[in-house]
Ligand binder design. Structure first.
Ligand code: AMP
Length: 224
């Protein structure tokens, strides 16, 4: 299909919410069920850091400090990713956009590619701090460990470790950055008929069910 052609049947979903809200877990579940690519900019950057590519080397210190990578770099990464064939029928974005500049660029990128459904996962700050302090991820495949995983990663057997930016001070900085740079996106999107807030302070399966129902409803009522 031509890049400029529209695709009314595409399902384009954005997960908004602070660090620790469960965006990654929910995006992965939703993308698996709907057979859409999950595009996590945090994962893309962590892979680049691991591979010691130019982008990775430039991003490492910024990520460790809990700050944001520049808009131009992030917009370039996402534009390239959304132009791949597997994203033509839609996608689930996790971690992008994170600034109003990124959101405006995304609107341009997906113009004519079907509706954009925006789900904001809301969780109180004290719960986020607790979750991030105890979060473990797989050192090999990056999967977030489920609470019941005590030993190794149940997907690939890798060791479970704390993420490099989940230390207390970095978490507090990331939450500050969220309030300053990313929370304004709620205002940016909330007047649209395809926006919905979901209570993320519930058991993960309940959030999954509510998310699924919300996206189904919103995508049906979306203007094409
Ligand atoms: P995440 O896994 O989404 O929490 O992202 C981890 C880190 O990657 C963030 O704290 C930022 O340093 C960086 N990052 C991920 N996505 C973006 C983005 N859209 N804009 C700027 N920085 C980002």
């Amino acid at each position: 299909m031509e890049q400029s052609q529209g695709n009314a049947a595409a399902l384009n979903v954005i997960m908004l919410g602070p660090p620790g809200a469960g965006k990654g877990t929910q995006a992965e579940r939703f993308a698996r069920v709907r057979q859409l690519p999950k595009i996590s900019t945090g994962d893309i950057l962590r892979e680049a850091v691991q591979a010691e590519s130019d982008v990775g080397q430039a991003a490492k210190a910024t990520m460790s400090a809990g700050s944001l990578i520049g808009d131009d770099i992030m917009i370039g990464i996402v534009r390239e990713r959304l132009n791949r064939d597997d994203a033509r029928g839609g996608f689930v974005l996790d971690g992008f956009p994170r600034t109003v500049v990124q959101a405006a660029a995304l609107d341009q990128m997906i113009n004519g590619r079907g509706p954009l459904v925006v789900v904001d996962i809301v969780v109180p700050e004290d719960v986020l701090v607790r979750r991030l302090a105890t979060r473990r991820v797989c050192s090999k495949c990056g999967t977030n460990a489920a609470v019941e995983w005590t030993g190794a990663c149940q997907k690939c057997g890798g060791a479970l470790i704390a993420r490099m930016d989940d230390g207390v001070e970095t978490v507090l900085e990331r939450l500050k950055v969220y309030q300053r740079e990313t929370k304004p996106l709620v205002d940016y999107y909330s007047a649209r008929p395809t926006f919905r807030s979901i209570d993320g302070n519930q058991p993960p399966d309940v959030v999954t069910a509510q998310l699924d129902a919300a996206v189904t409803e919103l995508s049906r009522s979306a203007p094409l």
